[in-house]
Write a protein that binds this ligand. Structure first.
Ligand code: URA
Length: 255
């Protein structure tokens, strides 16, 4: 495809032997070799709607603190640190992945391993840059042991954080990277192939004033292993760019 971008992977780091996990991953799980310190017990608002209501009122600083101390699911037991997200908190673009991997767990930032480098290249292909009108988050904020796919219950436990991030950001477009992110936001167990090409709305169904458009594309970790699907991801990115243009023109006040 002549139009496809040069998504060149930058230099592999020490993680080169350990590809990031992503939607549809069938590789054997990585085993954590470093003992992971437990975090302090979280204060009272541990579960249920009280917790959700409290999170729904948090600002970014409070959210960061709460996520760091969260013990709402078992993922807290082996994390080094929780990874809330990174980027421009006034961003129009929100990209959502699955959950931190080993490098993300160590550095406290999403998508900093090999998949992150590909994500950066994908962003560059549509003239975007991490941190500049772009915010990147994950469906779960703590690394699943061995980089397995997060379980539904873990995504449900983490959902109030993602929901609050979206409420604070108010992005114009949400790009869901891979099946786990799609399932977290759409509650939909469909295959990635069946979800690609559709435009969803957040929240679903859209309220009277409409919702935030969402689309699904491949997880960069999957693309690292399945190069032919890069062309499809490029189509998705082009569609995302068109949806963004549309969202911006819809928002322009009519004169
Ligand atoms: N994969 C993800 O889904 N998120 C990350 O932050 C890193 C790898």
């Amino acid at each position: 495809m002549g139009l496809s971008p040069q998504w060149q992977l930058r230099e592999r780091t020490s993680m080169a032997r350990l590809p990031d996990r992503g939607a549809g991953d069938t590789e054997p799980p990585r085993v954590a070799t470093t003992p992971v310190p437990m975090v302090a017990e979280a204060p009272s608002l541990a579960t249920g709607t009280v917790r959700e209501q409290a999170i729904a009122r948090m600002d970014w600083a409070a959210l960061q603190r709460d996520v760091a101390a969260c013990r709402a699911c078992g993922l807290c037991q082996q994390r080094r640190q929780a990874v809330l997200g990174v980027g421009d908190t006034g961003a129009d673009w929100l990209f959502i992945g699955e959950g931190p991997g080993a490098e993300e767990d160590a550095r406290g930032e999403p998508f900093v391993g090999p998949a992150g480098k590909l994500l950066d290249a994908m962003l560059a292909a549509i003239d975007l840059r991490r941190g500049d009108d772009v915010y990147i988050a994950n469906a779960v904020k703590c690394r699943p042991p061995g980089n397995r796919t997060p379980e539904s219950a873990e995504m449900v436990a983490c959902a109030p954080y993602l929901k609050r991030q979206i409420a604070l950001l108010q992005p114009r477009l949400i790009v869901l990277l891979g099946r786990a992110a799609a399932h977290a936001l759409l509650g939909n167990q469909g295959s990635l192939a069946s979800l690609r090409g559709q435009t969803f709305s957040y929240p679903e169904p859209a309220g009277e004033s409409g919702g935030i458009p969402m689309l699904v594309t491949y997880h960069p970790a999957y693309l690292l292993r399945t190069l032919p699907d890069k062309a499809k991801a490029w189509e998705d990115l082009c569609r995302a760019r068109a949806l963004m243009r549309q969202a911006k023109s819809n928002a322009r006040p009519s004169v």
